[in-house]
Structure formats: structure tokens, C-alpha cells
Design a protein around this ligand. Structure first.
Ligand SMILES: N[C@@H](CCC(=O)N[C@@H](CS)C(=O)NCC(=O)O)C(=O)O
Length: 202
């Protein structure tokens, strides 16, 4: 299998982290894609031009980090991307939606500041800054949820990569006034699969 990524894409990092977590590095080759470039040769592989994109062993390709993770977990027999039965599953579904909103908003912000200064929209940046403040507040509370404190799951991994966006976006100050989130991040960061050094080299 081949996974197409860009170095700074939080969604790409989410999938790459899962590859380490599942110990399937030897089964998935990671390649750099050139996105947002006129006539990029990558468009022949993935016409949408987005990353991450998984070219599967059966020759079919798929995108969207959440779906790729679900596919990899299914193929490699892990329940990391599954929802528990009953109310717990419904609760994880709720948390996961909140978490995807967080990472999606931050990714929009990240994309905006990657543009040439003259092309950046101060309206978009201000909107995403405010959204991030509200969502960091939400997560300072939701981090107490037993599903965020217990066995590793899809939402914990997604939240980790959302918070890591601070490394690329200095104005994203989720730490301010959020001691519980800081403690949670400190603890989950000790997982070998989440060490940033894993992602610097392709
Ligand atoms: N929902 C998608 C979002 C993917 C996404 O937005 N990827 C961005 C990079 S972070 C991208 O491919 N940008 C290039 C483009 O839009 O052409 C996922 O979870 O994978």
C-alpha cells in the first residue's frame, strides 16, 4: 500500500501515527504529494489533489483520514477505530464529531496562513482563532470524559493531532487556562507512536 501525505498536514499525521501504532510501517509506503500546485503530477494519482490518500493493494485509492484509519484498522485487525456498543458508542460518536470540528477549523486556519501574505484573509483567520478558543474551552471540559481518559481510541488520537497544530500555528494557544488539557496532552505524548521525530523524515 502507498500513503500519500504532505509534511504539515494534520490529517496525514493522524494516519501516519496510526501506522506506527499498528506497527505496520513495513506494509505502507509513505510518499510525499505535491498539493495545491498547477499541473501537479499527483493529480494523476488522486484527482481531488488532497491528502492523505491511500493507494490500496487492490489498486483502488481512498481518501479522508478517518476513513483511511478505519480501513487500516479493519484490514489489520485492530479495534482502535471502532465504536463500542450501546451508549458508550453513541458517546464516542458525539465526542468524535466535536473533535473533527476542532481539527477541521484549525486546518482551515493553517491553510490560510500558508498562503502568501497578500492573499490571506484576516476574516477567515479571526473566525478560526475565535472558533479555536471556544473549542479549546469545550475540550478542557470534555477531556474529563471517561472515554478520553480510558483505553486509546480514534477520538484521543484525533485530538492529539489537533493540539499538535500549535507547533505550526503559534497563535493557536490552547494551553492558556486549560491545565487538564495540558496534563492529558503530556501523558498521551509519551506514546512512542506519537513522537514527532517519527514524522520529520519521509
Ligand atoms: N477530511 C479530510 C481533509 C483533508 C484535507 O483537508 N487535506 C488538506 C491538507 S491538510 C489538503 O489535501 N489540501 C490540499 C488541497 O485542498 O488541494 C481528511 O480527513 O483527510
Amino acid at each position: 500500500m502507498e500513503l500519500f501525505v504532505t509534511k504539515n498536514s494534520p490529517y496525514s499525521k493522524l494516519v501516519r501515527g496510526l501506522i506506527y501504532e499498528l506497527c505496520i510501517k513495513d506494509r505502507v509506503r509513505v510518499s510525499l504529494a505535491k498539493t495545491r500546485t498547477i499541473n501537479s503530477s499527483y493529480y494523476a494519482t488522486n484527482p481531488s489533489g488532497r491528502v492523505p490518500y491511500l493507494l490500496r493493494d487492490d489498486g483502488l485509492g481512498m481518501e479522508d483520514s478517518d476513513l483511511i484509519c478505519e480501513y487500516l484498522c479493519t484490514i489489520f485487525d485492530s479495534n482502535l477505530w471502532s465504536y463500542p456498543d450501546g451508549n458508550e458508542g453513541l458517546e464516542l460518536l458525539r465526542l468524535h464529531g466535536l473533535c473533527r470540528s476542532y481539527i477541521d477549523g484549525l486546518s482551515v486556519w493553517l491553510r490560510e496562513i500558508a498562503r502568501a501574505p497578500a492573499e490571506q484573509s484576516s476574516v477567515v483567520i479571526a473566525h478560526e482563532l475565535e472558533r479555536s478558543k471556544r473549542m479549546s474551552e469545550v475540550w478542557e471540559i470534555e477531556i474529563n470524559n471517561p472515554l478520553m481518559q480510558g483505553e486509546l481510541n480514534r477520538t484521543q488520537l484525533t485530538l492529539f493531532w489537533a493540539l499538535e497544530i500549535e507547533k505550526l500555528l503559534p497563535c493557536f494557544n490552547w494551553r492558556l487556562g486549560h491545565p487538564k488539557l495540558i496534563k492529558w496532552h503530556e501523558e498521551i505524548s509519551t506514546r512512542p507512536s506519537l513522537k514527532m521525530t517519527n514524522y520529520e523524515i519521509l
